[in-house]
Each structure stands twice: as C-alpha cells, then as structure tokens.
Design a protein around this ligand. Sequence first.
Ligand code: A3P
Ligand code: MG
Ligand code: MG
Length: 383
Amino acid sequence: ADDDPSAEGKVARVKLSSDHTLAFPSLSHTPTHTPAFQRPSQLLTFSYSPSRILQFDDSALRYFVDPPRGADLNHGYANWIRRPEERGRIDGLLSAWSRFKKSIQGQHPDIGVISWRGVMTKILTAPYEERDPWELNVMCVDGTMYFEEHLSEEKLKEKNGLEPRQQLQSYYGYSFESYCTSSTSAGHERSSSGAIGWGGDVDTNVQWCSVVKTKLGDTRIIIGGEVDCIRGKYAGNTDNFVELKTSLSIRGPHDESKFEKKLLKFYFQSFLLGVPEIFVGFRKPSGYLTTTQGFQTVQIPRLVRGKPGAWDPNVCLAWGDQFLSFIKNTISGGSKDNVWRIKFTPKIGVSAILLDDADVKDVEGGEDRVGLFPQWYWNELGG
Ligand code: A3P
Ligand code: MG
Ligand code: MG
C-alpha cells in the first residue's frame, strides 16, 4: 500500500478502528501536518538521596566539568552502588505534581498526560523502533491520563540479571557521568581513589530530577526526568541543562550510521525535558575515552537529514499526537479505577486492552495502591 498514489501527501495513514488498535505509521511520506510542541517550562525539581528518599531540594544536582583525556571508564566499577531495577512506578512524579498543585492553589489548565520522560521517549520514537516492543499501564482520571511502563516479572528478572559484560557496559555510562561532573560549581573535589578527574564513586540511587510542563498539539503534558548536570550556575530553568551520553568511537560509515540512529533517542530524551545540550563521550570497547563532542539538541535533526538511516522528528511528533488521541478516545469514559494495558509491537502498531481484576491486582503488586496510584494520591483525587 506504500505506493498507492491516492495516499500521496496524507498524514501517515493511521487506522483508528473500533477494535482498539492503532496501526504503525507509514514512513514513506513526511506528514503534512506537524503538531506544535511547546517549549518545556520547569515547574520544580527534586533529588533522590543515597537511601532513595525523595527530597524537594537540589542536593543531587551536579555541575559539568570537562572529563580528562583518555579517562578509564572501568575505574570504580567494584564500588558501584546499584539501584535495583524496579517497576516503572510514577509515585515520585505524583509527589512532585501534588506538591506543585498545592503551591499554586490548584489553579492550572487541564493536563492531558502525566508521565516520566522515558515513557514519552518510547512513545515518540516508536515509528523508528524495529526491535523492542513495550507495554504501558494507563489510567484516565478527570481527563488526565497517567502512564506507567509495564515490566513483566520476566522482563524485570532479565534487567536485574544482565551478563557481566552488559553490566560493565552499562557502568561505562555512569562512570562517564562521574568524570564529567562535580558536586560543586567550582570543579572537582579531590579524589581519594587516585584517578585524575574522577567525580566520586557511582551510586545510581542518587538522581536529580526536573518536572516540566509542555504541550504536544492540544495535549498539555507534565513530564519528569533525570538531569545529568548543568553548565555554570543554576538559574531555576532548563537553559543550561546537559545530558551526558557515551557511545562507541566511530571508525567508518557503518559506525556513523549506527550512531545517527542512536541520535534519535538522544534527541527526544533531551528535547522532551527542554535539555539544550547533549555531551557525548566516545569510547573504545575496552572503556577508554577517545574523544568528546557536544551537540545542541535542536541542531540534531539537521545533522541526520538526508543521511542513510535518517529519521524525521516530525514523523514522531505526528505519531505521538495520534497516539495520545487514540489512547484518550479508547480509554476515557468508564470507571475511574479502570486500568488499561497498551502494547506496542514494532512494525505492527498499538493495541489497548482493559485489564480484569486479576491483572489489576498484578499491577498493584500487593502494595497499598489503586491501579497505578499509591493510595494517598488516589485519596487526593477524591477516589
Ligand atoms: P549511556 O547512555 O551514556 O551509555 P542516561 O544516559 O539516560 O542518563 O543514562 C545513564 C546511563 O545509564 C547510560 O549511559 C547507561 O549506561 C545506563 N542505562 C540507561 N538506560 C539503560 C538501559 N536501558 N539498559 C542498560 N543501561 C542503561
Ligand atoms: Mg541520566
Ligand atoms: Mg545520560
């Protein structure tokens, strides 16, 4: 059907059918209508402490510093304090949203979606996802949809039981963060453990998060996500936020097009939170840093345009807008404690299923919750 001339110029042809499915968009046309995406504005920030307590302060904020040349990303691996993989709960984001609402005495426009940034990134990049399926649990209360990633027991086990080689590769990303950041704006604290420029041992419990308000098409969205560090002084906005990334050094055209594909996720991850800069550390397979390069987030789509494996952010925005309308149309109405399971299958599309009581119990995981919500938030909603 891709060469059907009558379809020429139409927005990615999407089937909104009565059987609760949304078909994968055609990638052979650029959408004629791209929904606007509003520049994110920050509502508040919070930190997770080493004991994983959520605090409404900036104690976990880190400042950017240039990493040393040739840094060894294997450094400190044995001292890594790991946060266990957990279900994609939105409790922290709900705490922040609840606190923000109280601070403005409830005067805010209608919010269409509340979600972590990671989930929104998966939704928007889905048109180019060829391999990994994903699932969400979704509830809709008073017109606001709440998204939580659904990780099945096996998927959780898989994430917690990575091969040593995969664990080390994942550590390289955190190690790079340590070399690139300091807890003070003045630069690195003196390292007790010997490596030059080391910013301190890695504890993945500790995170600094920003919560922003934005809008895609007609849908206002509240998004929360981790911010790796900032450049210079913190001014209470996203203008000097920096996202840190590692990637294998590029040695030829094949590596280059692989990297350009990865840029799609780097781009949306940062774009959604209003992070203007992505600082990439290229490394050898052995974990030694070779070069670094800073990217302006807004310039990234231009870098890949017309290249092999190119992607178009407008395809993603148009899809995202259709996805949100589809879910809203499918799940609104009905009882407010309804929980829906949204399944995305690469190259096929999206389906929505209303969960039965047993599945909802499974989502609650034996905790004091109503579906995705901790009891306290449900009570605040007047449930
Ligand atoms: P890199 O992406 O630089 O490799 P983030 O980049 O989102 O701030 O995440 C920090 C690091 O967490 C990543 O650094 C990576 O090492 C690790 N990480 C993030 N998502 C991951 C995933 N799905 N699987 C394994 N490791 C992951
Ligand atoms: Mg991060
Ligand atoms: Mg990062």
